[in-house]
Ligand binder design. Sequence first.
Ligand code: HEM
Length: 144
Amino acid sequence: MYTTFKTLHSYWAYLLLVILLLAVFNALFGILKRREYTARDFRIALFALIISHIQFLLGLVLYFISPLFDLWSQGGVMGDAEKRLMLVEHPSINIIALILITIGYSKHKKKVSSTSKFKTVLIFYIIGLVFLLSRIPWDVWPNW
Ligand code: HEM
């Protein structure tokens, strides 16, 4: 079970980063080209939201079944940068990132003009993406 969730979480991270990059560039070009906001743009923003929430759920399960979790009972987590990254910073910063992406999605739906829809997606999704990238365990991932 642990290996399955870790593998799923690890590969799902690629999908999430690709769809978030697509959503950010799509919004950027939508603004630069003063394009009409279409159903396709809406679907990209929605898929990025759904895929990020699935990654959160995979991470949440992984958090409690990973052998890393046992480190809490041994103590010294906050004083160790690597342990603190995986047990505190990675989950918490990613949860903040997901909250920003979710706020951005619901705010952009309420916007009327195409430009303001694109701008809202661009701002919230790019901040979310930067937060995600800041706490990826780059020493173990990508592991190809
Ligand atoms: C939503 C954005 C997230 C992304 C993009 C992400 C990405 C990753 C990546 C790339 C790894 C390394 C996997 C590997 O070693 O091959 C990882 C590990 C891990 N993630 Fe996430 N994660 C996210 C959210 C979360 C959340 C919300 C939690 C917990 C609530 C979480 C818990 C974990 C844990 C515990 C590990 C280490 C598993 C282990 O080595 O035993 N992740 N994550």
